[in-house]
Design a protein around this ligand. Structure first.
Ligand code: NI
Length: 155
């Protein structure tokens, strides 16, 4: 298990347009494993490569139904709308209201570098779209309605 440093808002790597992945190789597989480890350790539901300083179009998402890997993902279609609270491991201690589609169909490369489609709804759709934004240097704070809030301490 290898954890990587999660970069925080203000760092340049979070604002870049990431590069397409051109092949599945050991280095990429290691990155994907590290993204999962780092996401789980931080109790996140998603993590994108630029959040650990790697400018590649790769992200992982797990909303409690097992990990999903996104490689060169693209939105195929969306449906409906949901408005709700969102946070980001790169913006620690904060959250804010963001409106996104309720459902999304995403086209992504899989670990065999073949295209496949993933459909998501609710939190899963929100998480995939949030991570895909990271690949274009977009943070949820850019889309927030009203103010970014402090998360109240739970302990
Ligand atoms: Ni994020």
């Amino acid at each position: 298990m290898a954890l990587r440093n999660i970069r925080e808002i203000g760092e340049e790597c979070l604002r870049c347009v990431c590069k397409e992945v051109t092949e599945i190789n050991p280095r990429l597989l290691e990155l994907i494993e590290d993204l999962k480890d780092t996401m789980y350790e931080a109790d996140g539901v998603g993590l994108a490569a630029p959040q650990v300083g790697v400018r590649k179009r790769v992200a992982v998402v797990d909303v409690g139904e097992g990990p999903v890997v996104l490689i060169n993902p693209e939105v195929v279609e969306t449906e409906g709308e949901q408005t709700g609270n969102e946070g980001c491991l790169s913006v620690p201690g904060k959250c804010g209201i963001v409106t996104r589609p309720m459902k999304v169909k995403v086209k992504t490369r899989n670990l065999d570098f073949e295209w496949e489609e993933i459909e998501g709804e609710g939190l899963f759709a929100r998480a995939m779209l949030h991570e895909m934004d990271h690949l274009d240097g977009i943070l949820y704070v850019d889309k927030v309605e009203g103010e970014v809030q402090d998360i109240e301490a739970e302990d």
